[in-house]
Design a protein around this ligand. Structure first.
Ligand code: HEM
Length: 222
């Protein structure tokens, strides 16, 4: 799989460096604060809204992108669970990336598939991250509790990923492969910049003490 190998080679260093960032470590170690995770979801909401709108507008990419791959609905549900409407503006890394999606859509639509490779591939990481996030938030590993972005479709993920890769390789002709790899790198770099820009905590968020009646306790005076 020549194209897939080029995508992996082109993005593996960014992937490795991203995994070392404090926010990525907090996600993987199950120590991320709810507020910080929700802030990441808001930015991913902007990314997916931009990408999925452009992909859906390109029938020629329909052999690779199916509407049921859209993750905007899962992000909306998760944000609702966190009580965090997606009202914040996209950070510069994501705003620039969304602008790229719009530009590629006009001049080189196949490049959008490079971005799709990145977000679909990240679902393999989700198989691990879903578990640590469930631990972080004290919820079961299932849909409907704020983890849909990672958990949805996870049971079939390895097979779906293999099918996706085979269809992907077949759908992109040789002359267009370079644009796809470049777009994947641009997308990964934007995600790296996003993770680097967002706050992270490496310790659990302090939970206020609560009386049985549900009243928050005032801090003890000495
Ligand atoms: C936050 C911490 C992350 C962890 C712990 C993680 C972990 C993983 C793991 C275990 C795999 C599967 C590797 C394999 O099957 O050989 C994977 C694949 C992948 N991840 Fe991540 N990941 C993280 C973040 C991300 C992010 C933010 C992105 C980009 C949105 C991303 C994009 C990818 C891609 C594209 C692949 C597929 C690579 C391929 O096999 O072609 N990952 N990740």
């Amino acid at each position: 799989m020549e194209l897939i190998n080029a995508l992996r080679t082109g993005t593996q260093d960014l992937h490795r460096r991203l995994e070392q960032l404090p926010l990525a470590r907090a996600l993987a170690e199950g120590t991320v604060a709810r507020t910080h995770y929700a802030a990441l979801l808001v930015q991913l909401f902007h990314l997916h809204r931009g990408l999925e709108a452009e992909l859906a507008a390109q029938p020629a990419l329909g052999a690779v992108y199916r509407p049921d791959m859209a993750r905007l609905p899962a992000l909306s549900r998760d944000l609702q669970q966190f009580g965090r409407p997606a009202v914040d503006l996209p950070l510069p890394a994501i705003a620039d990336l969304v602008q790229n999606f719009e530009d590629w859509s006009v001049v080189e639509p196949v490049a959008l598939l490079g971005s799709l490779y990145v977000v679909e591939g990240s679902r393999m990481g989700s198989l691990i991250l879903g578990k640590s996030l469930a631990r972080a938030f004290g919820v079961p590993l299932q849909t409907g509790v704020g983890l849909d972005y990672h958990v949805e479709g996870s049971a079939q993920r390895p097979q779906l990923w293999q099918q996706f890769l085979q269809g992907f390789e077949a759908a992109v002709p040789e002359p267009q492969r370079e644009s796809v790899v470049t777009a994947a790198i641009v997308t990964f770099q934007a995600l790296y910049d996003l993770y680097a820009a967002l706050p992270a905590t490496l310790s659990p968020w302090p939970v206020p003490s609560v009386t049985p009646a549900g009243m928050a306790l005032a801090p003890a005076r000495r």
